[in-house]
Ligand binder design. Sequence first.
Ligand code: AMP
Length: 412
Amino acid sequence: MRDILPPESERWRRFDAVFAAVAESAGYGQLMTPVLEDLGVFARLGEGGEGVSKEMYQFTDKGGRDVALRPEVTASVCRAFAQHRPTTPWKVWYSGPNFRYEKPQRGRYRQFDQVGIEVVGVDDPMLDVEVIALADEFFRALGLRRITLIVNSLGEPEDRTRYIEALRAHFESFPEGLSATSRETLLRNPLRVLDSKRPEDQAAIAAAPQIADFHSPAAAEHFEAVQAGLRALGVDFVVEPKLVRGLDYYRRTIFEFQSDALDSAQNALGGGGRYDGLVEALGGPPASGVGFALGLDRTLIACDEEGVFQVLPRRLDAFVVDVTGGLQAAAITAALRAAGLTADRGFDNRSMKAQMKLANRSEAAYAVIIGEDEVAAGTVVVKPMDGGEQTNVPRSELVARIQRPTGTDRHD
Ligand code: AMP
């Protein structure tokens, strides 16, 4: 788990702000769920023996309750829906940390942030389209261009069950066999074998049956409608018949956003899909949902690779150098800040030279200098730090002087 120091942390905050603006433009409200919940909320996420449940930070609290740090947010959203019974469609967005006991590496951490949206209670394929298009819009708003959207449909639960059986039969009888890891995966969840990137598995995967051949007419129609909607909005996508996702509750549409700027092992920035049965499993009415989660950490790595959404250079408007003891600087910084300007100052009553050094290092636009002469005259010295002429300014005119763009100095 990592510390996020300034100025990088500011980028995290802007990331959230951009996401909030995109989600709220489409009528989504922010849902804030606890970071710690009853273990039962998350225990269902891995019924196939796969997925996040085996990586959970779980423990017994002082009251003897089994609890866990959330490994993701979709289950919490469904638990909140079941608990509060809001009117549908319930459109929410979220942002915050999740915890998984994984082997840390670049782009994979034990505490990582996600932003996401979920809509509960409506089955319309146009909602799948809205959700996917919002993720696409968000990546664009960050400035990312090398993003590939892949989509697939897992069909109805019965379609998926028949497909899983066909996959199992295929992999069990495939003459060249599978890697040892995939043979183990096959026992737990044949769908997940399709995820394998091991060279020994590729022949079997390439020859595997395709989910589309198992789609019921209703599922096929839903998937067609989603694709038509994405095309109508100009959202580029690729149908990837081998895309499967961890959650057992997924049905119909699933999708993933990949960055072409990252190595293929870690190129998934996020994804999601339509799910069914999770709200009910958490004590709510039958209600399906659709949503996605995007990883902040990995998306910022993609931004670095593409050279977009970088840390902005932070410039203070003013750095106050007070050689009279420090009280003047307190009043001047307060006045500047009250006027909406950013201002810092020297402390510890240090020498003029030492404070000017700090002013330089702060990259402030102006140094505001005050000594005994200026106090007596009711003025301050304003020195543009880009090398312009310094001037004496009445205290009452300081704010207006700093508010003026630096470029006008030359005409003083
Ligand atoms: P998931 O909830 O597993 O579908 O993951 C969705 C996205 O969250 C991934 O594509 C990653 O961007 C991000 N993510 C998941 N697990 C981690 C992790 N351990 N560290 C960093 N990001 C993660």
